[in-house]
Design a binder for this molecule. Structure first.
Ligand code: HEC
Length: 448
């Protein structure tokens, strides 16, 4: 990732702040989306395997519907699953530019893993539809033996794809999330991050506690989303099978309950894993908001165990998503504090770079006549006394002694008792040099 470091420019303080906000938006989009895809595919694969073994009549249908709800469609997968990671990569490469501690390797790997994962996930999703189509074709009605063989072949093939792609999707998605969580944990712990090995970073307890936290959040959110969509479908009479819908609700409420109940523990562990001086007021405030929303979510979950209602399910989904958002803000506040020093260095580098761009600090572009007009012209003229002596009287003694003239201009001393002392005009060394040259050249011109 060295090339990214060389590729980006130093940033101004305002730009760094803007990058922090952009990062928030990126995380708001990416974390809930990838979490729901993960939760959805995981539950889907589990129930699909159960369908194979126990032959429960609803398992397969449940597996198929759950993955359809949570993965939305391919373009959403691209926009919410891949674009944010690329953006995060660009943002972090600017925020942590020239820093010894970096998260770009983890991020880049996470990008690759997630792209692979999504290919598997969408193949899995479509293969389930094919499975169902093939299973529903009744072969007795087909007279052509060749067609029956083809159908068997394709049916087995799609069965094989869905078996493999589902599991592969989960594994790659899990790894991708793990690398991503590691990448976003590093800046939050910035000054305390003393893990040197790439692998040991992944297994650092502070990273693992966040990973578990985000996975629990993902499962809770998946539960809320699936439940809500099912209830909507039921309301709109798309699902007519009473028994099936009872089955779905039971399974989902249970999944949501077990994952949600463990969140506070990991949230607090992650919070107290932060460096002490990052635990500022806002970090705590947003963490408490996150917990508060979660407890509100528990309340809705409890209501759902009594009676399952669409509005309550949507409230559960919303409180969970806002709870995640509040935790992300809290964590980003911690990151801003943690990297404050590095950001200051970057914006100082920016100021220097910008000054050079404008030509300040370079002798060639200094306009001596202009400086003279502004800084000296009020007190001096060539052959007239203003506040200071006329230059035609004082410059001759400096001919051939440019360095002395420079020294006087930079640091005037008392010379002539007839005049008040000259105040320090406050020129930079190179400016004083240019003005001295300019005065001596003028003298030469006039005395040709
Ligand atoms: C606020 C008025 C003021 C400004 C501005 C000012 N000077 Fe002077 N300058 C004086 C006075 C007064 C003296 C006489 C000081 C003395 O003789 O002790 C003087 C003296 C000098 C002398 C003669 C020193 C000597 O050895 O006799 C030079 C050369 C000179 N100024 C150059 C400059 C240049 C170049 C600038 C602009 C960068 C400048 N001055 C800006 C008031 C000013």
């Amino acid at each position: 990732m060295e090339f990214l470091n060389n590729f980006v420019l130093p940033q101004s303080a305002e730009h760094i702040e803007l990058l922090h906000y952009m990062l928030l938006v990126v995380l708001f989009l990416f974390i809930p989306f990838i979490g729901v895809v993960f939760g959805g595919v995981l539950t889907s694969v589990i129930y699909k395997n159960k369908a194979g073994k126990e032959n429960g009549k609803y398992y397969f249908r449940f597996a198929k519907e759950i993955v359809e709800i949570t993965t939305i469609n391919k373009s959403v997968g691209l926009i919410l699953g891949i674009v944010p990671v690329i953006t995060a990569l660009l943002i972090y490469s600017q925020l942590l530019q020239n820093s010894k501690v970096t998260n770009l390797d983890y991020l880049a790997l996470s990008l690759i893993l997630i792209i692979i994962a999504l290919v598997f996930v969408y193949s899995y999703r479509y293969s389930l539809s094919f499975n169902r189509i093939f299973n529903s074709i009744s072969k007795n009605q087909l007279s052509d033996q060749g067609v029956v063989e083809d159908i068997d072949l394709l049916s087995n093939e799609s069965q094989r794809i869905s078996d493999k792609a589902g599991v592969a999707g989960i594994i790659f998605l899990f790894l991708g999330m793990w690398f991503f969580i590691t990448a976003i944990t590093i800046p939050s712990l910035y000054r305390d991050w003393d893990i040197s090995g790439f692998i040991s970073g992944l297994f650092y307890w502070k990273v693992l506690s966040r990973l578990v936290l985000y996975i629990l959040f993902s499962l809770t959110l998946t539960g809320g989303m699936v439940l809500f969509t099912f209830l909507e479908d039921e309301k709109n009479k798309r699902i007519k099978d009473e028994e099936y819908s009872v089955f779905v609700k039971q399974k989902i409420v249970r999944l949501t309950f077990y994952s949600a109940i463990l969140i506070p523990f990991f949230l607090l562990t992650s919070l107290f894993g932060l460096p002490n001086d990052s635990l500022t007021g806002p970090v705590f405030t947003y963490a408490i908001i996150s917990l508060g929303l979660l407890f509100l979510g528990y309340h809705f979950l409890y209501m759902l165990t009594k009676e399952i209602k669409g509005t309550v399910a949507s409230l559960l989904f919303l409180t969970t998503i806002f709870s995640i958002a509040a935790f992300i803000i809290s964590d980003q506040k911690a990151m801003a504090t943690s990297t404050k020093f590095h950001s200051a260095i970057l914006s100082a580098q920016f100021d220097k770079y910008y000054a050079e761009l404008k030509g300040e600090g370079k002798t060639v572009q200094i306009n001596a006549a202009e400086i003279y007009q502004v800084k000296c012209g009020a007190c001096h003229a060539w052959d007239k006394k203003i506040v200071g002596p006329p230059h035609k009287d004082v410059i001759p003694k400096y001919v051939g002694k440019e360095a002395q003239l420079v020294a006087f201009i930079r640091n005037p001393v008392k010379v002539n008792p007839d005049y008040p002392p000259m105040p320090n005009p406050g020129l930079k060394p190179n400016e004083a040099e240019a003005v001295a040259k300019y005065l001596l050249e003028t003298y030469n011109e006039k005395n040709k």
